[in-house]
Design a protein around this ligand. Sequence first.
Ligand code: BG6
Ligand code: MG
Length: 229
Amino acid sequence: MNHEPRPSAFIFDLDGVITDTAELHYVAWRALALDLGIAFGEQDNEQLKGLSRMDSLERLLALGTQQFGAGEKLAMAERKNTHYLALVEKMTPADLLPGALDALHSARAAGCGVALASASKNAALVLERLGIARVFDHVVDSNHIRNSKPHPEVFLAAARALGAAPQDCVGIEDAVAGVQAIRAAGMFAVGVGNARVLLAADQVIADLRHFVPSNYLRGMHRLRWVNET
Ligand code: BG6
Ligand code: MG
């Protein structure tokens, strides 16, 4: 762990950026939806990306007609999580997405702080399975914050932990709610995925193989200079 303040920092989302847990979340939510007789497809799942577990459940239940009490909802969320954890258990470092490890290492090699900002309560476990828990200066996840994405709290907390000003940070996200959170935090937003979906991102790349930290730093400083004049 490095606690020295750094001039600039990269703050990565986990699910869907570093590893394809987005697919595992989808499998687990779809199974729950099937049990409840709710039609739930990939388009519906896209809307859940980046949202907290309970917010995701509310969106899923809104696709059906039945009403459930708080206790029932907690039990459903628990059931989905148990299914999800069984899938996570099978993960290995081979489940890192293409370019992810290089992206993390090159961000560090550029002398920048590197943090994780995840909406998941299972982030630490997933990082362990992937063998990259020690690559991050700080890990901020849903266990540490009150407000879920699209609220900026998780990104601001990560920046604070790194000792970096928000305008000196680049956030990297695959979810619409996540990109909104980065922008609301006052950071430069790199979307990973489809530019037609990630409309609010400052820049969209297909995956982390296209991620060159030094490019973003130059771009960010230019933006700051323009903003300050
Ligand atoms: C986010 C995912 O990172 O974490 C969401 O994009 C997920 O799909 C959320 O619902 C919460 O994850 P968990 O592991 O706490 O249920
Ligand atoms: Mg994500």
